[in-house]
Unconditional design. Structure first.
Length: 59
């Protein structure tokens, strides 16, 4: 489901970027992936601070 939504966003942004000749529309896929990442981190059942420490201390 999320893959199809991301593909639709990418297709829409490419279409609008070429049609309107504005490369600003190409930021939309990256912004949507970032928003998805933030939403998934917030939805994680552990406390937010602990979740962020876990994510960024993996490496």
């Amino acid at each position: 489901m999320i893959l199809f939504l991301m593909l639709i966003i990418v297709g829409f942004s490419l279409f609008m970027a070429f049609k309107r000749k504005r490369p600003l529309f190409l930021i939309l896929p990256f912004a949507s992936i970032f928003a998805y990442f933030v939403i998934e981190v917030i939805r994680f059942p552990a406390p937010l601070g602990e979740t962020l420490r876990f994510i960024f201390n993996l490496g």
